[in-house]
Design a protein around this ligand. Structure first.
Ligand code: SF4
Ligand code: SF4
Length: 449
């Protein structure tokens, strides 16, 4: 039974829905022992391995669903945990909900064998939460792929994927599809360098054509199979690309159970065509709205339009601050910067190339506007058109820092309040604090495109 079916039953007023436990059969009973060999225990029954499930409270039903799947394998979900302390102290499905501090304390006392994040929930904030837990000493962090929420059974292979250590070859993470280089918002310090190019030409709105998109997605499928957690259409502003509807239909056919999002500033939503909204709904695409100050002014109109079209959506927490993290001299140690990078499991595809982040693929905009000479090498990206590429090479690339990480200071970022960009734009908004002192004065400010 699919989650959507259960939700529909609940919406129809049927509250008493029960799960038949999935009894481990045919050798599956020893799965926890294989997955947690360091426990060296005889796994005679439920409770030998204890885990916490991380949930976003909005998706608590997914938490219960996952709990039931996992407990069929004699692994005990002994608590839930939520980054939102408001929910700590409560119970879900009869199990305590802990704050992160309580979770860390329990883990350190040896009362927990690990924490499982659900990739069905908000993956971007999950990345930050995982990093924070790791920094506090919670080493065993796992992730349940989103596609498990489209099935009502769990195989030993699925279990092995959940309990593969974060960053293992089983887990490719999040792929952003850079759908356009344009944006209608023009934030100061845009990480996609949108405001640093002429935005007026039609070619800019369609900078990613359908044939290139199709080739890239087929290459991703060939190279990485089902292991990608989630695709997101990003921009600039992805709703500006008139081919977005075609992209959606193609990607959904290629990945029937994948989580697919559109990450948008939301400003175009009240005026979106009925046809595009229908395509979004029919293909089960989630709209994730970044809550910039101008977006929040239109929140009512955005919600009304999406609710009336029956589209899943959510708003991020308000975005009041941006960060600058670039170092013009490239003096940083790539390995250290990558280690501390919050977005190291999120990659970007654009026009035939795959890279760790959009900066690599759009650096020309930055260099041209500010008259800089930052360089991107062949080791910073992968050409998806290379037929000889194999999965091992792609994984090696994704798992390791790229030379470009030397231009990133993930440890000394500058934080500043969000503002709309003024012209000419100042390079200082992109720079990390340390680089700001060293380089901003010397950096030439671009005055025209
Ligand atoms: S909304 Fe996003 S893509 Fe658009 S200018 Fe702002 S940061 Fe850049
Ligand atoms: S350049 Fe490297 S360190 Fe910087 S955001 Fe990209 S992956 Fe992370």
């Amino acid at each position: 039974m699919r989650v959507a079916t259960v939700n529909a039953l609940k919406a129809a007023g049927i509250d008493e829905i029960y799960y038949a436990p999935i009894r481990a059969a045919g050798g599956a009973a020893d799965a926890p022992a294989r997955l947690f060999p360091e426990k060296k225990v005889s796994l005679a029954g439920k409770g030998a391995v204890k885990i916490a499930l991380n949930i976003q409270y909005r998706d608590s039903f997914n938490g219960i669903y996952l709990k039931n799947l996992i407990e069929g394998f004699f692994i005990s979900v002994c608590c839930f945990t939520s980054w939102n302390d408001r929910f700590a102290g409560g119970k879900l499905d009869g199990v305590d909900i802990l704050s992160y501090d309580e979770l860390v304390a329990k883990y350190k006392k040896g009362e927990l064998d690990g924490v499982v994040f659900s990739q069905k929930d908000y993956p971007q904030s999950n990345q930050a939460a995982k990093q924070s837990l790791k920094e506090k000493g919670v080493g065993r962090i796992y992730t349940a792929p989103a596609r498990l929420f489209h099935t009502f059974s769990l195989s030993v292979g699925d279990l092995e994927r959940i309990f593969a250590p974060d960053g293992s070859p089983y887990q490719i993470g999040l792929i952003d599809i850079s759908t356009t280089d344009c944006c209608n918002l023009n934030c100061q310090g845009c990480e996609y360098f949108c405001g640093l190019r002429n935005q007026d030409t039609e070619a800019m709105f369609t900078s990613y054509g359908f044939d290139a998109f199709r080739r890239d997605m087929e290459a991703m499928r060939r190279l990485l199979g089902d292991e990608v957690y989630q695709f997101s259409f990003v921009g600039g502003e992805p709703l500006l690309n008139p081919l977005l509807g075609d992209f959606i239909v193609f990607l959904r056919a290629l990945y029937p159970y994948m989580d697919i999002n559109i990450i948008t500033n939301g400003l175009l939503i009240p005026g979106l065509s009925a046809e595009l909204l229908q395509t979004i709904r029919e293909n089960n695409i989630w709209l994730r709205i970044s809550s910039y100050p101008p977006t929040l002014k239109k929140e009512r109109a955005i919600r009304d339009r999406l609710n009336s079209a029956g589209i899943f959506h959510d708003f991020s927490p308000p975005i009041e601050y941006f960060v600058g993290r670039m170092s013009l001299r490239g003096e940083n140690d790539p390995r250290t910067m990558f280690h501390h990078c919050h977005s190291k499991y999120c990659y970007t595809v654009r026009n035939g190339e795959l890279a760790h982040c959009a900066n690599v693929l759009k650096l020309d905009f930055f260099n041209a506007y500010f008259d800089q000479r930052l360089s991107v090498s062949a080791e910073d990206k992968i050409g998806l058109g290379n037929e000889a590429l194999n999965k091992r090479e792609v994984l090696r690339f994704l798992r390791n820092p790229s030379p470009f990480c030397r231009y990133c200071n993930t440890q000394a970022r500058s934080v500043y309040r969000w503002t709309p960009a003024s012209q000419p734009q100042s390079i200082e908004y992109w720079l990390a604090s340390s680089a700001k002192e060293q380089g901003a004065g010397a950096a030439k400010k671009g005055s025209e495109l």
